[in-house]
Design a protein around this ligand. Sequence first.
Ligand code: NAP
Ligand code: ZN
Ligand code: ZN
Length: 347
Amino acid sequence: MPEVKSYAAQNAKDPLGPFSISRRQPGDFDVQIEILFCGVCHSDIHQVRNEWGGSMYPMVPGHEIVGRVSQVGSKVTNFKEGDLAGIGCFVDSCRTCASCLDGLEQYCEVHNAATYNSTEMDRKTPTYGGYSKRIVVDEKYTLKISPELDLARVAPLLCAGITTYSPLRQWQVSKGHKVGVLGLGGLGHMAVKLAVSMGAEVTVLSTSPSKEADAKSLGAQNFVVTKNKEAVDPIMNTLDFIIDTVSAQHDLNFYLQMLKRDGTLILLGVPPEAPQLSVFNLIGKRRRVAGSLIGGIKETQEMLDYCAEHQIMSDIEVIPIADINEAYERMMKGDVKYRFVIDMASL
Ligand code: NAP
Ligand code: ZN
Ligand code: ZN
């Protein structure tokens, strides 16, 4: 099997470094992609550092992948050599369970083969992600990418974009809704752009006063520093939805009180610690807490097409792969505007 240059974590503690992996030769239904850009998601940090438990090493992270097709299998119909292509958070699923049949492969009831830190459907072959030069994926799990958009800025749509688009559609967010976006990072800044494009009035709820001007230029009507009591009081009991993208432990009870009657707190961020909920904050206003995981292939393509039509892309800082460890440290400090994207030409 051909060797492919990559960057990997060998354990939860050491910095990532160069590593060589093998990728399969494209089978009949496979698309081989030369990776051009890969976004850096906070889930990469959680998994590299084994913050969720069960991490598999060596780990080649990265699930916001865009590149160019270099070879296709004999039965591939949707892609040809030279096309742009994208890979998101998973590369296969059972294809026969109720969720797969509904186009919600991320909720596959048998096995969702995540793009990295997981296995293929044989439950043995490890999957390796986008911090690498090349990937081989079944065309059913490969996305079409518009040549009209800036490719590096499209990469984060494959996770941050779909993860925020899917709940906004599921809860039919539109004009007249007041949406709080909690945490202005990679997911958060996409949530703002997408919710605004759907007509919602958006309030960014942030711990970083320095992000106010950015929040407004992303389209948010309001910006609230959540540590500032005078700023928080007027928004209590006013929001229809809160899209919670925070990656670290935080007090859900405080944010729940910002929801009006029948409001919904949608959890996207996955802090390693389990949250605590006061039932009184729910029953007193019939509030709801929900969660949402990325999106299926059909909806991811719909989101990519929607973003192409509305010229919605991520705001990024392009880095060489050698800066990945420093990028993780900066993300831990909230110092990213608003997604790091690795230029794979640097590998
Ligand atoms: P990110 O770029 O690091 O952004 C997280 C933001 O959360 C920060 O910019 C910061 O915003 C805020 N924050 C950080 N620590 C905080 C704290 N202690 N208290 C309050 N706010 C804090 O991360 P990301 O890539 O957007 O990912 C966010 C989370 O979503 C991660 O846990 C990731 O694993 C998860 N995720 C889930 C899915 C899914 O399918 N559900 C998909 C992708 C990612 P402010 O500076 O504005 O406060
Ligand atoms: Zn992600
Ligand atoms: Zn399935």
